[in-house]
Design a protein. Structure first.
Length: 288
C-alpha cells in the first residue's frame, strides 16, 4: 500500500510525455532525424510503458513530426517531393517487413538491439564527414531521368543554391535497408536518411534534412499500420506524444532556416548517447 501511495497519479506520465515530445519535435526537425529516433530510446528507457507500445507510438510520432513540418519545408524549397517519392516508396515497402520482424522478437532482445543501434547512430553522426553546401559534382543518368534536382534559398547566406544528386541506384538500395530498420525498431529512419541523402547521394545538408521528413512520412505510415493491426498502439501514449511533437516540429521547421546546425547536432548526439546507453543497459538487465 505504501508503494502504491508513493507512485505518481496516472496523469503525470501523459503530461510529462507531452512536454518531452514537444522538446523532441523542436530539435528533431533541424537535425533531420525525425521525432521517432529520439522518442523510442528516451521514452522506452525513462517511462513505464512496454516497448511494443513505445515502438508503435514512435512511428506515429515520426509521422506526425514529418507531416507537421512538411508544408513549410516544401514552400521554402528545403524539401524535394520529387526526390522523396522514389526513396520513400522503397523505404515504405521494407518498413512493413521490419515492423513484422520487430513484433515477433522478445521485447528484451529488441531493447538490446535498439540500444546498440542508437549507439551506432551516434558513431555514424559523429565520425561521418560534413557534406558540402552545394549539390553533387555531377548527376548520374538515373538522377537525370527522374529529374532529381532543384534550388533552394539559403537564408543564412542569402544565396540561391542549385543542387542535384548522384549514385542514385546505391541510394535507393540503402533506403531499402533503412526502412527495414526503421520499421523494426519503430524509430522512423531520419537518423540514416540524412547521411544517405547528403553523404552518398550528394544533396546539400539542408535539403537532405528537409527531404528526410517527407521520406519519413511515407515509411512510418506503412509500418505504423502493422503495429496498429497487432494492437500495439495505445491512445494514452500516442495522443500526448503526437500532440507534443507536432507543436514542436512546427517551431523546428522555422528554426531550420536560421539555426546553426552544428549546435543542434551536438545536442542530438548527447541525447542519443545517453538514451542509447540506458536502453542497452536496461535490455541487459544492468540498469532497470
Amino acid at each position: 500500500e505504501a508503494a502504491a501511495s508513493a507512485s505518481p497519479p496516472w496523469w503525470v506520465w501523459p503530461l510529462g510525455l507531452f512536454f518531452a515530445c514537444f522538446v523532441m519535435g523542436i530539435v528533431a526537425v533541424p537535425a533531420g532525424i525525425g521525432g521517432g529516433t529520439l522518442f523510442v530510446p528516451i521514452v522506452g528507457s525513462f517511462f513505464p510503458f512496454h516497448l511494443d507500445f513505445v515502438r508503435g507510438a514512435g512511428l506515429l510520432v515520426a509521422l506526425a513530426s514529418a507531416l507537421s513540418a512538411g508544408p513549410m519545408l516544401l514552400r521554402s524549397g528545403l524539401a524535394s517531393l520529387r526526390l522523396a517519392l522514389p526513396l520513400g516508396l522503397l523505404a515504405s515497402l521494407s518498413s512493413i517487413a521490419g515492423a513484422r520482424l520487430g513484433l515477433a522478437l522478445p521485447a528484451q532482445v529488441v531493447q538490446v538491439l535498439l540500444g546498440a543501434l542508437v549507439l551506432g547512430i551516434v558513431a555514424l553522426m559523429w565520425f561521418a564527414p560534413r557534406s558540402h553546401s552545394g549539390g553533387a559534382a555531377r548527376a548520374d543518368a538515373l538522377a537525370d531521368a527522374l529529374g532529381l534536382r532543384g534550388t533552394y534559398v539559403d537564408r543564412a547566406s542569402a544565396q540561391v543554391v542549385p543542387w542535384h544528386v548522384r549514385r542514385t541506384g546505391l541510394g535507393m538500395a540503402l533506403f531499402v535497408g533503412i526502412g527495414l530498420l526503421g520499421g523494426m525498431f519503430g524509430i522512423g529512419a531520419g537518423w540514416a536518411n540524412v547521411p544517405a541523402l547528403s553523404l552518398v547521394m550528394g544533396a546539400p545538408l539542408k535539403v537532405a534534412a528537409g527531404t528526410s521528413g517527407l521520406v519519413l512520412s511515407l515509411a512510418s505510415s506503412s509500418a505504423a499500420w502493422v503495429y496498429l493491426d497487432q494492437g500495439a498502439v495505445l491512445p494514452a501514449i500516442v495522443v500526448p506524444a503526437v500532440s507534443g511533437v507536432m507543436l514542436g516540429a512546427r517551431i523546428g521547421a522555422r528554426l531550420l532556416e536560421v539555426l546553426d546546425l552544428a549546435s543542434v547536432r551536438r545536442l542530438v548526439l548527447a541525447l542519443l548517447l545517453f538514451a542509447g546507453s540506458r536502453a542497452l543497459l536496461k535490455g541487459l538487465g544492468v540498469w532497470s
